[in-house]
Design a protein around this ligand. Structure first.
Ligand code: PLP
Length: 391
């Protein structure tokens, strides 16, 4: 079988950065007691009330084909949520329901790029970004967000990269995975200027919008003149602990959404009606529920600040948002890869090497705050002890 180049080159060749994760999973399968701090998934399951709503919807007959753009009540609820949270008037016809934020990212790039077009994205980055760009035949162009700059993007570098690559799109993610950076108003305004100057479609991944610990979440779509050139990617995965249900959304200009619906018709053909109804029920639980889902990460962030105080081996810049800590481990003299590998082998703690998120996170490791408080705190103390042996 001769497969397409677009398909076989999705990973861009070489390492996809997940070796450590695979090694940890292998150790666990062999019966080793590994503390798993790699992946962005809550340590709680989807709330029983949401599952009951899903069950009820399925028994009530929502098992046939659902409307491809999404069921109207859910599109309306998402529109109201965005209107309320971002201040941008959003209507049903600005919203399409997708199989998680990931399918919305794919649809957005399919909407923005033709084969061979370049798309800018910010390094450090969420693992799927370059692959998603390549999967529509696009060319990913990374622009750095240096650690020294609090992982806010280097706007001058972005300006230059936009000019030299002739990019059609810019992908941003705030609150950010893996860095925890929340883009400031100033950063977003400067990003918007770049978008206007180079006529870029902006794809704004806001799946962590309910997890902000410092500052406030501002959607770039809310800045003047940006709604017409922005797609927002959202999801129930992180805000409602519904990762496996695969419900997310793409929000954008109404005229674009008609075309994107044609893409959805010819790919997923809609999202299961009973999961959409469960998502509708979950949104109805309101902001208090979203705060409850986010609370453990805020708590563990504070635990980490305390556990990492008074030592220099591991440097924490407390994340402003999302469910991860980025630790600067350069005092150890190791790369993030080597540090993570030794931490796993010698202390049975699995964290993600910064290098798996791009070059700007080299010399760091990402710690997911996704295990209960007591073992989380114990793991951090163990990491500090390990770091001290190297520093
Ligand atoms: N965007 C970011 C930044 C993420 O971290 C994730 C998942 O970890 C996603 C998008 C995709 O999430 P989902 O497809 O579950 O909505």
């Amino acid at each position: 079988m001769r497969l397409s180049n677009t398909l076989t080159q999705i990973t861009g060749g070489g390492s996809d950065g997940w070796e450590l994760f695979i090694k940890a999973r292998k150790m666990i399968a062999e019966g080793r007691d590994v503390t798993e701090l790699t992946i962005g998934e809550h340590d709680i399951k989807t709330d029983t009330r949401i599952l009951e709503a899903m069950h009820g919807a399925a028994l009530g007959g929502a098992t046939g084909y659902a409307m491809v753009p999404g069921i109207d009540p859910l599109r309306t609820a998402v529109a109201e949520r965005l209107t309320h949270r971002t201040g941008v008037r959003t209507a049903l016809d600005n919203v399409l329901i997708t199989a998680g934020g990931q399918a919305a990212l794919f649809a957005a790039f399919r909407a923005a790029l033709d084969a061979g077009d370049s798309a800018l994205y910010i390094d450090p980055y969420y693992a799927t970004y370059p692959g998603t760009i390549r999967s529509v035949g696009g060319v990913p162009v990374a622009v750095t967000a240096p650690a020294e700059n609090g992982f806010q993007p280097d706007i001058d570098a972005l300006d230059k990269a936009a000019a030299t690559s002739g990019a059609k799109a810019l992908l941003i993610n705030s609150p950010n995975n893996p860095t925890g950076a929340v883009y400031t108003r100033d950063t977003l305004e400067r990003l918007a200027q770049i978008a206007h100057k180079h006529d870029l479609i902006v794809i704004s991944d806001e799946v962590y919008d309910t997890q902000v610990w410092e500052g406030a979440h501002l959607s770039i779509r809310a800045l003047e003149g940006m709604a017409e050139r922005t797609f927002v990617v959202g999801s129930m995965s992180k805000s409602h602990a519904m990762t496996g249900s695969r419900v997310g959304w793409l929000v954008g200009p109404a005229h674009a959404m008609g075309h994107v619906t044609n893409l959805l018709t010819n790919t997923n053909y809609g999202v299961a009606g009973f999961t959409q109804q469960a998502a509708l029920f979950a949104l109805g639980l309101g902001e208090t529920f979203e705060e409850e889902i986010a609370a453990p990460f805020k708590r563990r962030r504070a635990l980490a600040q305390a556990a990492l105080k008074g030592q220099n081996a591991l440097r924490l810049s407390p994340p402003s948002g999302a469910m991860y800590l980025m630790l600067d481990i350069r005092a150890s003299g190791l790369t993030g890869d080597a540090f993570a590998d030794r931490l796993l082998t010698e202390r049975a703690i699995a964290v993600m090497p910064g290098e798996s998120f791009g070059t700007a996170a080299a010399g760091h490791v990402r710690v997911a705050m996704t295990i209960p408080d007591a073992p989380f705190e114990a793991a951090l103390k163990e990491m500090v002890a390990f770091g001290a042996t190297l520093a």
